[in-house]
Design a protein around this ligand. Structure first.
Ligand SMILES: [Fe+2]
Ligand SMILES: [Fe+2]
Length: 159
């Protein structure tokens, strides 16, 4: 992982990373051994890099990736089929409260990240980057690839 790539990424999200609501995701378990915060940074950085490659707005992709799972409740409080549809809506509401204003690409990226399980289809490349990054990162987390990544070290020790 190149340091200049990490710095370019941080320039897009550093303020959000320091927000108490984003840091609160450290306390929410996502996959075994992976917090919602770690997953969100992983998705955010991956979406940022995908958007760069696709010539899309990498800042919106990074920010939507970081906020896509900002639902801020215990996911076990809902049956999994309800959680699948409810959590992007909760994340969008919390993200709008945190940021005041979201770009259309950021809102789309948050709301549509569960496609095709949920019915909202990504309508821009930034949202497609978040949606694809979410699947790639979830797979890497389940396969334990994330545990050994340099990004995890930077992410866990940020702040
Ligand atoms: Fe999600
Ligand atoms: Fe996710």
């Amino acid at each position: 992982m190149r340091e200049e790539g990490w710095q370019a990424y941080l320039a897009c999200v550093e303020e959000l990373l320091r927000a108490p609501q984003v840091q609160a995701m450290r306390e929410i378990r996502h996959h075994p051994g992976v917090s919602c915060y770690e997953h969100s940074v992983f998705v955010s950085y991956t979406a940022f890099r995908l958007a760069e490659k696709w010539g899309a707005d990498s800042r919106s992709a990074a920010r939507a990736g970081l906020l896509h799972d900002l639902y801020l409740y215990d996911p076990k409080s809902l049956p999994s089929y309800k959680q699948c549809f409810a959590h992007p809506v909760a994340a969008l509401r919390n993200a709008a409260q945190l940021c005041g204003e979201l770009t259309a690409a950021e809102a789309d990226g948050i709301l549509c990240h569960m496609w095709p399980m949920a019915r909202h289809i990504p309508r821009c490349r930034e949202a497609a980057a978040v949606c694809l990054a979410d699947k790639l990162c979830a797979t890497a987390e389940v396969l334990q690839i994330w545990r050994r990544s340099a990004l995890r070290v930077k992410c866990v020790h940020f702040m």
